[in-house]
Design a protein around this ligand. Structure first.
Ligand SMILES: C=CC1=C(C)c2cc3[nH]c(cc4nc(cc5[nH]c(cc1n2)c(C)c5CCC(=O)O)C(CCC(=O)O)=C4C)c(C)c3C=C
Ligand SMILES: [Fe+2]
Ligand SMILES: [Fe+2]
Length: 378
């Protein structure tokens, strides 16, 4: 589409919507959020440790503020070291803006589209967003997780909060549908592959194919894996899809980072994998964040600063693939995912829950996710 025909399509969509006096179709981007300033770290951690879907604690309302207070100075320093706060809101707004502009062209039937951000642990919190949507008179909304792969501890938690604060009565007559995972969507796979290719190109052509691609994802406690949470499987599916897209050009591994506390977590750990590669004499590495789309402390602090230093001491030549952030290919993918969902929803091909994996969230095998079941049962 040329830029003039794009502008024409956009004004046609807007004209049509204005003529029918239609309220916007809301695309609600769900994520955990991160403190925009160092001072926001304490409240962020307090909300995070208060979330029983992420960290079930005995006497949660007493223990959560205590643990958060103890952990705050260390994490505040990490946010200071990455420039004074999390860039996630800034990137989400860029992604949302780009996504809705494209959506108005791709799916004029539901234009205009308006994006909303609903964070689980920082502003704009889900309840604030629900209030704004009510003020805007929203009648149709898509809950769109920004975690590519489904976990009950991430997307599940956000859906539960949205159900409590948004869907459960307060917002009145809103027709909701859900996009709960998209880790093998071709647009996402293409966007990640592009980042990997750019990183590989930083090595000289004669030994580029020797570089090991280390996909690194936030780990999950084994207790969560063992109750049947699908995250590990879905992250693995993303990695397979990216490697297929790259024509298996390089050796690769999936490794896990950011475990917290003394319990057992999914491994191997990213830092152990780096040590292992150094022992094997494999000294060219591309590190790829695969389970989170915008930069955050796990990329800017842990991968770049902490492991960057370790890698240097180990004599490794590590290039970190850029996070998707404001990648145009990624923003196009977000628009494609929603547009496909809106088309399928309209034609009745899918129920109110859309999944790329052909699976509804089964919930965990040995646990009950009650609120989630309400979404999935409707
Ligand atoms: C897909 C990504 C993530 C999964 C899965 C996930 C599970 C998970 N996390 C914790 C505990 C903590 N996570 C923390 C920070 C944090 N977590 C993710 C992503 C996933 N977590 C991100 C992107 C971030 C950083 C946010 C940012 O920088 O903007 C923290 C706080 C930081 C710290 O104290 O180290 C904790 C704690 C658990 C227990 C869990 C699975 C059950
Ligand atoms: Fe986490
Ligand atoms: Fe669950």
């Amino acid at each position: 589409m040329t830029s003039s025909s794009r502008a024409l399509a956009r004004s046609y969509a807007t004209f049509n919507a204005a003529r029918s006096n239609r309220s916007p179709t809301a695309i609600v981007m769900l994520n955990m959020g991160g403190p925009a300033t160092v001072e926001g770290t304490g409240p962020f951690l307090k909300n995070l440790f208060s979330d029983g879907d992420l960290i079930p604690l005995p006497f949660q309302s007493f223990l959560a503020p205590w643990i958060a207070r103890r952990r705050t100075p260390k994490i505040e320093q990490q946010y200071r070291d990455i420039g004074g706060g999390s860039p996630i809101l800034r990137y989400t707004q860029k992604q949302g803006q780009g996504m809705v502009s494209l959506l108005d062209e791709l799916h004029p039937e539901t234009a205009p589209h308006k994006f909303y951000v609903a964070f689980r642990y920082t502003h704009p919190l889900t309840e604030e967003t629900a209030r704004e949507m009510r003020k805007d008179g929203i009648k149709r909304a898509v809950a769109f997780t920004q975690y590519p792969q489904y976990s009950c501890s991430t997307t599940g938690s956000s859906l539960n909060e949205l159900y409590r604060k948004g869907n459960a009565g307060e917002m009145g007559d809103v027709e909701w549908s859900v996009i709960d995972r998209w880790g093998t969507h071709h647009g996402f796979v293409e966007a990640v592959s592009q980042r990997v290719r750019s990183a590989l190109n930083k090595f000289p052509p004669e030994n580029r194919s020797e570089a090991v691609i280390l996909f690194s994802a936030h780990s999950l406690p084994m207790s969560v894996v063992n109750r049947g949470d699908p995250y590990v499987l879905e992250v693995s599916a993303s990695v397979s899809a990216v490697m297929e897209h790259l024509g298996h050009s390089n050796p690769y591994r999936l490794v896990w980072q950011s475990q917290v506390g003394p319990a057992a977590w999914m491994g191997p750990q990213t830092s152990d994998a780096l040590k292992g590669l150094a022992r094997l004499g494999k000294n060219k590495v591309v590190l790829v964040p695969i389970a989170f789309t915008s930069d955050h402390i796990e990329t800017l602090y842990e991968l770049d600063l902490e492991y960057g230093k370790e890698a240097e001491e180990l004599g490794l030549d590590v290039v970190r693939a850029e996070s998707l952030n404001d990648s145009p290919v990624f923003i196009r993918a977000l628009a494609d995912i929603v547009s496909q969902h809106l088309r399928d929803y309209r034609s009745g091909e899918i129920g109110p829950t859309s999944t790329q994996m052909g699976l509804r969230c089964p919930g965990c095998i040995n646990a009950t996710c009650d609120v989630q079941k309400k979404w999935f049962a409707s």
